[in-house]
Design a protein around this ligand. Structure first.
Ligand code: MG
Length: 159
């Protein structure tokens, strides 16, 4: 058995007038995450966990935020490309576990949709994707709602 584990972390600021996309799901809010792509920090954390498990450089190396090609890009496209990079190296995802830290909006009712989106992009069955949302209990900048952060771990294996 050739299993490898990786960890990813990402955080993006919440600002007015940007669409909010988390785990590939769009929220009906008048604020969103600031960033070059769609700024989906949950999906970026998953990308970095998968890349880290494969011993590859991070998402910024593959999709630089200075490249206009990635402006406002759907991060599910990036995640699918990350999985393609793995497959080119004879590797594939085995399972994922993701934690989103958000004071707002309430996202627990959208977790199933996010799982479905991540499943589509990775080719994993939804029951191999763990996804949780928590608040920061009002502590610090995350607790003030200044940003949304996400942690992810990924297990990958030889395809
Ligand atoms: Mg990011």
């Amino acid at each position: 058995m050739d299993f490898r584990i990786g960890h990813g972390y990402d955080i993006h600021r919440l600002v007015a007038g940007r669409p909010l996309v988390l785990g590939g799901v769009k929220f009906d809010t008048d604020y969103g995450l600031e960033g070059h792509s769609d700024a989906d920090c949950a999906t970026h954390a998953v990308c970095d966990a998968l890349l880290g498990a494969a011993g590859l450089p991070d998402i910024g190396h593959f999709f630089p935020n200075t490249d206009p090609a990635y402006r406002n890009i759907d991060s599910q496209v990036l995640l699918a490309r990350v999985c393609a990079e793995l497959r080119q190296r004879g590797l594939e995802p085995s399972n994922l576990d993701v934690s989103i830290i958000a004071e707002k909006p309430r996202i627990s009712s959208r977790l199933a949709e996010m799982k479905a989106a991540l499943a589509r992009s990775t080719g994993l069955p939804a029951d191999r994707i763990g996804l949780k949302a928590t608040t920061n209990e009002g502590v610090g900048e995350l607790g003030r709602g200044a940003a949304i952060a996400a942690h992810a771990v990924a297990l990958i294996r030889r395809a």
